[in-house]
Design a binder for this molecule. Structure first.
Ligand code: ATP
Length: 232
């Protein structure tokens, strides 16, 4: 059974089809990079996979279950716009809140572990509203990983991160993949993404223009997929 299966999904905003008959799947341990120009439908697709919005037509299954099922939600970690961290709480308080929400044993130990892994332990008591974009993004990473989800859905996870933070995130993602987790990530940072990706899907105006394994050739020349299958 696929970790993530997208079967004939359409999504409309009014009359506008943002997703048009999408078929994609990712097995456990796979890393699927979703690429495409601005407005191609990447965010719309990731939000539908996460269960934040329902497709107009078609089906999305996470390990064979609906994304919105309670048990499925616990298995998903999400980074993206629209779901984030609380400004009026400290970094530690944010993670404690989520650790308790997920019912994790020893929330404090788990929160401290992820503050350390994302390099935020020194600012753990600072209010998030005073954080830089990069610090917020690192906290969003900590929050997404906190409950050890089986499926990580990441919308532009490298945005706002400096080189060192990008390296830290790549390390965390590699480690997750080695432990059999599944990653679906949208990105404009092709080089960083294709270093990790086992598979690539190119969206062009809401349709899958290419879906296949990420070859060494693609990883070496990130523009290749666009050049070959994009609109030029
Ligand atoms: P980017 O790379 O800029 O983040 P994207 O590939 O994530 O783009 P989406 O944000 O999924 O693209 O948008 C897909 C299409 O749907 C775009 O044409 C966008 O204008 C449209 N769209 C997205 N959200 C809405 C909305 N809430 N209402 C109407 N149209 C929308």
């Amino acid at each position: 059974m696929s970790a993530v299966a997208v079967e004939g999904v359409w999504k409309f905003y009014g009359d506008f089809p943002a997703l048009r008959d999408i078929h994609l799947q990712a097995d456990a341990g796979a890393c699927l990079a979703l690429i495409g120009r601005n407005g191609a439908g990447k965010t719309t697709l990731l939000r539908a996979i996460a269960g934040f919005s329902r497709p107009g037509r078609g089906k999305i299954l996470i390990f064979g279950n609906e994304p919105r099922a309670t048990e499925t939600r616990r298995r998903i970690g999400f980074i993206g716009h629209g779901i984030s961290v609380y400004d009026e709480l400290s970094a530690l308080e944010n993670l404690l809140l989520y650790a308790r929400l997920y019912g994790l044993p020893d929330p404090r130990a788990r929160a401290l572990e992820w503050l350390e892994r994302t390099g935020l332990e020194r600012v753990r008591d600072g209010l998030v509203r005073e954080f830089s974009r990069g610090m917020r993004q690192r906290l969003a990473v900590a929050r997404a990983f906190l409950h050890d989800p089986s499926v990580l859905l990441l919308d532009e996870p490298f945005t706002a991160l400096d080189d060192r933070a990008i390296a830290v995130l790549q390390h965390l993602l590699r480690d997750a993949l080695a432990r059999g987790k599944t990653i679906v990530m949208s990105t404009h940072q092709l080089r960083e993404a294709l270093e990790l990706a086992s598979h690539v899907a190119l969206l062009v105006r809401g349709k899958v223009a290419f879906h296949g394994p990420c070859t060494a050739e693609m990883a070496a020349d990130p523009g290749l997929v666009y050049a070959r299958y994009g609109e030029g």
